[in-house]
Design a protein around this ligand. Structure first.
Ligand code: NIG
Ligand code: FE
Length: 410
């Protein structure tokens, strides 16, 4: 029975925000302490309520030096594993080319596919490990990682294996998502339905290998149609796998309604989301994942319908979308800042979006995302005076400590 007591801290439990889809608070508990036993939160409360009985068997005491303890941050939408980079396309976009034009000319996702296919497993792992380390340095303790830059069986499998290896390395919990339906690979040009059939066949095999936690697709006029996504989701449902969707990023395809009708975990992006999609998400409890870095990077002008989502009680998560094309970002705190500055979330909503609502978007709200007794001790300790500072500073490096499953990380 190993026990650690973290004292001299203020807690942002985020439990109020978790209780309702868009509760407004941090769940503040000032002058507090938190006890970790066997990897879980065993007790938390006001420091003056801490008794010798509660603290019995404490092997280690941490002085939080008056900082704030929050749930470890959860980045619920990333494409962290990829080969190469797309800085050249960044230059082209600055000269006026659009994301769609670059994609239609064979660049975009497809250029990352070529680089990813050419990279060996160890090279992909090393590059992704570096990116994950930067997220961890900003308090991330759990991350979702998608495939989708392989687009053939071996390369999709390699990406998912790398993601599993990143999880096994222990610095953060990793959820894997199968995103073979991300773009049409060149060898299937003109044969989109055949490619969807291949994605479905690979899904069964890779799921059998234990590599897949959820299934995603890019539902867009430059990617896959709603009918094709339905076929893929039928196969996911038959395997008992949860679904999520890149929906309404560049146009309104009705993707959010589609994934909500399947009781999907989340619909992500959502700049073109309409009222029907919002109603369907609210009815199903599907989380809206906000990706403000991609919005910024693509210099979009159409905002997701934040006020309507809020009014409908749809839980909003916030994620980096780390990927080489639209969000080359390994800063969780920058994504929080942009959720506030660009999307007008309050800092409390943004932090809920990277804790309790992100946990819901990964289906792990019973284990993670809030500071509550019984939850896994995934924690971040910050040198800040108020929780809103997590959204306020740029480049501040405020992390003072991080625990994953109760284990203190360096
Ligand atoms: O989440 N929207 C599609 N997928 C990624 C972009 C991938 C890329 O451009 O490489 C996204 O924005
Ligand atoms: Fe994405």
């Amino acid at each position: 029975m190993s026990a650690t007591l973290i004292r001299n801290v203020h807690l942002a439990t985020m439990a109020d925000s978790a209780a309702t889809a868009n509760g407004a608070g941090y769940g503040e508990l000032r002058d507090a302490a938190l006890l970790v036993r066997d990897g879980r939160i065993a007790w938390l409360g006001r420091a003056d309520a801490l008794t010798g009985e509660i603290a019995a068997g404490v092997a280690e005491e941490i002085d939080g030096e008056g900082g704030w303890l929050t749930p470890g941050l959860i980045d619920c939408h990333t494409h962290l594993v990829f080969g190469g980079d797309r800085s050249h396309e960044f230059e082209l976009r600055l000269e006026g080319a659009s994301y769609e034009e670059i994609a239609r000319a064979g660049g975009g996702i497809r250029s990352t596919v070529a680089a990813t296919r050419a990279a060996g497993e160890d090279a992909l792992f090393a590059a992704a490990r570096g990116r994950l380390a930067r997220l961890e340095a900003e308090g991330v303790t759990r991350v979702e990682i998608k495939s989708g830059y392989g687009l053939d069986f071996d390369s999709e499998r390699r990406m998912l294996r790398v993601a599993r290896r990143l999880g096994a390395a222990g610095g953060a919990a990793v959820h894997t998502t199968y995103l073979a339906a991300h773009a049409l690979p060149p060898e299937y040009q003109g044969r989109q339905d055949d490619y969807v059939a291949a994605c479905i066949a690979w899904l069964g095999i890779l799921h059998g290998e234990g590599l897949i936690d959820a299934v995603d697709a890019f539902c867009e006029n430059i990617a896959f149609s709603p009918a094709q996504v339905e076929r893929l989701f039928d196969a996911a449902g038959a395997l008992g796998l949860p679904v999520k969707l890149h929906a309404e990023q560049l146009s309104d395809q009705g993707g959010a309604g589609l994934v909500a009708r399947r009781r999907g975990l989340s619909a992500d992006h959502l700049e073109w989301l309409d009222a029907d999609g919002i109603a369907a998400m609210a009815a199903a409890g599907t989380v809206a994942v906000m990706l403000p870095v991609a919005f910024y990077y693509l210099r979009e002008t159409r905002l997701p319908p934040i006020d309507a989502l809020r009014a409908a009680g749809v839980a909003m998560a916030v994620a980096t979308d780390c990927n080489p094309g639209t969000a080359p970002c390994t800063s969780a705190l920058l994504a929080l800042n942009m959720a506030c500055t660009l999307f007008r979330l309050t800092p409390a909503e943004a932090l809920a979006g990277m804790t309790c609502h992100a946990a819901r978007a990964l289906g792990v709200q019973d284990q993670a995302g809030t500071l509550e007794v019984g939850k896994r001790a995934d924690l971040a300790l910050w040198r800040i005076g108020r929780p809103a500072e997590l959204c306020y500073w740029l480049g501040a490096a405020p992390l003072a400590g991080r625990w994953v499953g109760g284990v203190k990380m360096a």
